[in-house]
Design a protein around this ligand. Structure first.
Ligand code: 7TS
Length: 412
């Protein structure tokens, strides 16, 4: 497998204008890509090029600019289909983000398929965006939510599937990679178990599509949700992939222009997917720029990016073990461990840790990372999190570790 040398990463970093700056007089070490990644110049330029040269609404005009915009928008859909190995680009629905993708499925698929007494299986490590939409569905329908726990190392307790997974479960929705623990969950194992009871599977791929090869056909899931802004693309654009027959059997989520077949005064009929789920004017330039981001990631190579992040993570876990009073959550370095590392430092509030690191030019996130149920299990209200991407260097982890020593001294 190809690996990224120090030289390769230094070269890649030149693609990211934002990384060339100093913060508080120190070079920026950006360790918060799990929240939102930085953007390479060609993605920024693609967005600008759209607004400068061929901005026009899609799917409507017969004039040159609109045709060009429509062509680029639909070509971007094809690039996303290739990125995740979707059988057809008609299975790729552009939405705003992971949150909207999951809400779409919970509302449209859930409304048509979930009844009182049915169960939806989630896990205790989900982001709020893969909990709250299902709670809303459960409240509307009388369905019940059940949660798969995780063990002391932040891995899903698969033994508990026997207890939790039966014919009442109609949907299993879980994250591919935890945004807190970095755990990469065993998707195919869970899919197999879900299939055995006839349940559908939605995979929250917000933290996996940006960081590793993801193949929807190999994984065998029914729905996949991810965000553009975490994968070198713009904000305001994300993706729902779904099996075509499922999408076309689902009622609409939002009604309006572009999603219809015929509109009568008292009722309407609807277009097939993906148009059915893209009501109104979409984020055209953002979708086109997301296509460029997908090409960029494919050119660097997702397996290469994944390998680089696993090396950085292994290095970070070794270096962090040297810091007295530091507790790191999640699995040890290994194949099921991606590049998000959350920790607490005894006697120092996670927000203070992040503020001291900021003074050193090191950007990390502190808080519950939209995973309050997970943090309740850990027994801490918040953690500090460092997360890695293709442009990070081992020396940035060294600076993280020095900053943590400084935080200890300040609060000693
Ligand atoms: N699912 C997971 C696993 C996530 O990590 C996030 C965002 C989302 C869903 C929601 O994505 P959105 O684009 O719809 O907001 N995670 C984080 C994070 O860890 N810190 O900030 C956002």
């Amino acid at each position: 497998m190809a690996t990224l040398s120090q030289f390769d990463v230094l070269t890649l970093r030149r693609d990211f204008p934002i990384l060339q700056q100093e913060v508080h007089g120190k070079p920026l070490a950006f360790l918060d890509s799990a929240a939102s990644s930085q953007k390479p110049r060609r993605v920024i330029e693609t967005l600008e090029d759209y607004y400068r040269r061929y901005n026009a609404n899609v799917h409507r005009g017969v004039y040159r600019l609109s045709e060009e915009a429509t062509f680029a928008y639909e070509r971007a859909r094809g690039k996303i289909a290739r990125l995740i190995n979707a059988p057809s680009q008609r299975e790729v629905v552009f939405v705003r983000n992971t949150t909207e993708a999951i809400n779409l499925v919970a509302y449209a698929w859930g409304g048509a398929n979930i009844r009182a007494g049915d169960r939806i299986l989630l896990t205790m490590m989900e982001h709020h965006s893969n909990i709250v939409p299902w709670q809303l569905l459960a409240q509307r329908t009388g369905a019940e939510l059940v949660y798969l726990p995780f063990d002391g190392q932040g891995r899903l307790a698969l033994d508990d599937l026997d207890r939790l997974l039966d014919e009442r479960v109609k949907m299993v929705a879980f994250t591919h990679q935890s945004n807190v623990f970095g755990t990469i969950n065993p998707v195919t194992t869970i899919v197999e178990r879900a299939r055995a009871v006839g349940a559908r599977v939605l995979l929250d791929a917000a933290q996996s599509v940006p960081h590793m090869p993801v193949d929807v056909q190999a994984l065998g899931v029914d729905f996949l949700a991810f965000s553009g802004h975490k994968m070198c693309g713009p904000t305001g654009i994300g993706v729902l992939w779904g099996r075509r027959e499922l999408l076309n059997a689902m009622p609409p989520f939002l009604g309006g222009g572009s999603m219809i077949d015929l509109v009568e005064l008292d009722h309407s009929t609807f277009a097939a997917a993906p148009a059915r789920f893209e009501a109104g004017t979409p984020a055209i330039g953002e979708a086109i720029a997301l296509g460029e981001a997908a090409d960029y990631l494919r050119e660097v190579g997702l397996a290469t990016i994944h390998h680089h992040e696993q090396e950085l993570t292994a290095y970070a876990l070794t270096r962090l073990a040297e810091v007295p009073g530091l507790t790191v959550y999640g699995p040890p370095a290994g194949l099921d461990r991606g590049g998000a590392v959350s920790f607490t430092l005894a006697g120092v509030h996670p927000h203070d840790v992040a503020a001291i690191l900021d003074q050193e030019g090191v950007a990390v996130r502190a808080g519950h990372h939209c995973t309050q149920p997970l943090h309740r299990v850990l027994g801490v209200p918040a953690t500090t999190r460092a997360s890695f991407y293709l442009y990070n260097l081992p020396e940035e982890i060294d600076r993280l570790v020095s900053g943590l020593h400084k935080a200890r001294q300040i609060f000693a």
